[in-house]
Design a protein around this ligand. Sequence first.
Ligand code: ADP
Ligand code: 5GP
Length: 213
Amino acid sequence: MPERRGLLIILSSPSGAGKSTLARALRDWDPTIRFSVSATTRAPRNGETDGREYHFVDEAAFKRAVAEGEMLEHAHVFGHFYGSPAAPVRKAIGEGCDMLFDIDWQGAQQIKESALRDHVLSIFLLPPSIEELRRRLISRGQDTDETIARRMQRSWDEISHWDSYHYVLVNEDLAATAERLKTIVSAERLRRSQQPNLLEHVRTLQREFEDRS
Ligand code: ADP
Ligand code: 5GP
């Protein structure tokens, strides 16, 4: 049995609130955390590499993967399909490793309803203000004005699901939010339910205790 049960760490937020940046910070802090590389039908942004940020696929390939049950969850976001391949997630859980997801509320909900629900640690990021959210989308410098407008329009839809997450962080100061995220992950790893070997240890303690009397 692995030393501890893997967590499925789900990060959601309106686009531009800082999920990718914080996901990177978390993995720099602990490189054993695996990143769930989603499949998407959207085009790569500058600097994105196929297989690293996303598996960039066409619609036919995406639909085939869904039909063959290869996706743990999937959703239609901003006019494109996105989905989390199931196989790497099952492998990580089997090996007692944590997996990090940068997915929207629809995907989070599907994983929370799946057979892996007990592994889920869900965290929602809120921006300090709507104006700052817009500034961040613009400062990222990756999207056209039209795409930014579409993402801003959808931001309330995403924010309105904030209360179905275990934790909510307002991502104002990046370093402070990253610290809070690490604290949450560190604490959640110590939950009794995440430590399957504890029972064996307590039994050993019991035997030692009884041998003394
Ligand atoms: P998401 O993945 O949620 O769409 P990103 O991580 O791409 O968002 O962040 C959007 C932009 O905002 C990036 O340019 C990023 O560097 C910046 N950013 C993220 N967090 C903060 C923060 N706390 N303060 C200022 N800028 C931030
Ligand atoms: P982006 O195009 O900015 O990378 O992502 C757009 C939105 O899609 C973000 O909210 C992101 O979290 C979400 N997303 C990315 N991958 C997945 C996925 O596999 N499943 C779901 N449900 N959402 C995803």
